[in-house]
Every structure is written in C-alpha cells, then in structure tokens.
Design a protein around this ligand. Structure first.
Ligand code: SAM
Length: 198
C-alpha cells in the first residue's frame, strides 16, 4: 500500500514537472529573469521570429529599451546545428525579418539590428546594458566569440544569459564553462544559462 502511494505521488510530481515544462516557455523564463533583475534595457542576440523578444516586450513593463540583433543570413545560420532544414533557409529568414520588423513598427522602445553579432556589438557602449540574451550560433567558437564581445557591454551587477546549455549543443556547454566557469553559472529551465557580472 505504502509503495503504491509513493508511486502515485512520484507520478504526480513527474506529471507536474512535465506540465510546467510544456506551459512555461523559454520567453517566460527570460521575461521572469528580466523582471527579477529589475532590468531596464535588454539585448537579444539571434532574435529570429521574435518568439522570446515579443514575450519579453509584452511581459517586462520596466524595460525602457529592447534591442534585437540578427544577421538573417542563411550562410551564417549554417553555424547553428539544425542547418539545411526548411526552417532556416534564406526565404524563411527573410520572412522572419520582415514579419518581426512589421510587428515592431509601432513599438518605440524597440530596435531591430539586421546585422552580424560582432558588427552590432560595435554600436553598443561598454558597461551600458542590464541584460543580454545570447541565442545566435551555437558552435563552440561562435558562442565563445559572443560571450567575449557581449560581456563587456554588461553593467556591473547585470546579467548575461544564453540558450541551449545542453548535450545536443555541446559547444555551448564547453564555451560557457571555459569562459565563465561552472561555479559562476546557473542552469535554469529550458537549458538557459545565467551569469551575473561582478
Ligand atoms: C535559435 S535562433 C534564435 C531564436 C530566438 N532567440 C527565440 O528565442 O525565438 C538563432 C538565430 O541566430 C541568428 N544568428 C546566427 N548567427 C548569427 C550571427 N553571427 N550574428 C547574428 N545573428 C546570428 C540566426 O539568423 C537565427 O535567426
């Protein structure tokens, strides 16, 4: 009997966890971090169709400035490991750009940079951003490059976060551990890594 109750409780817990994972999106997690940190400006590297960006825009009332950076270049996107799929051909990326641009047309707090990550970083002052979300190329060298170029842009006490800290994107794990250190980095739901700049 006790075993049966334990098993039912375990099943219930697993079910709740699964439900939580399905219902809470990546965008919800990012928006939650932004609200907790009381951030006023946000940059997302690799915005694509804007799923996360639009969620943040809607749910983070304290944000005064939101910038999205994306090269929308299929050649570039081959760096992401799910390349050559229908989702990431040039036509899809072009459509993603124009649709997001249209959605942001009357959102004065937003900026969309159709630009390579490195090029866009040169337009941003050092120590000026509260939170940056890195979700562009997931290759080891590229994630390292993104961390190196965007970390200096963050204010002291601000946060750098990124997506896909998982086995499928092992390069992300290696780059984050190497540059930021396992002990300084937290892993949140949806494989989001989190680093607070001291
Ligand atoms: C995984 S998608 C981003 C998803 C988005 N952050 C979201 O949460 O919905 C990755 C995006 O990164 C962009 N990208 C890849 N390499 C880039 C680079 N070097 N500079 C700028 N954008 C890049 C791609 O064009 C693609 O749209």
């Amino acid at each position: 009997m006790i075993r049966k109750i334990f098993f039912i409780k375990l099943l219930k817990k697993l079910y709740e966890k699964l439900l939580q994972f399905i219902l809470v999106t990546r965008g919800d997690i990012v928006a939650n971090i932004i609200n907790k940190e009381k951030s006023e400006n946000y940059i997302e590297i690799g915005v694509y169709k804007g799923d996360t960006f639009l969620n943040v825009l809607e749910n983070c009332p304290r944000l005064r400035e939101l910038s999205g950076v994306d090269s929308y270049d299929a050649k570039n996107y081959n760096n992401y490991q799910r390349d050559n799929t229908e989702q990431f051909n040039q036509k899809t990326l072009d459509e993603a750009y124009y649709e997001l641009k249209y959605k942001l047309k009357y959102e004065p707090s937003t900026k969309l940079y159709k630009s390579d990550s490195l090029k866009a970083s040169k337009l941003i002052r050092n120590n000026s951003v509260d939170i940056i979300f890195i979700d562009a190329s997931h290759k080891y060298e590229d994630v390292k490059k993104d961390i190196k170029i965007w970390l200096p842009k963050i204010k002291k006490g601000g946060v750098l976060i990124g997506h896909d800290y998982c086995i499928v994107h092992f390069g992300v794990i290696l780059a984050v551990n190497e540059l930021l250190g396992i002990n300084n980095t937290q892993i949140l739901p949806h494989d989001i890594w989190y680093y607070k700049k001291k």
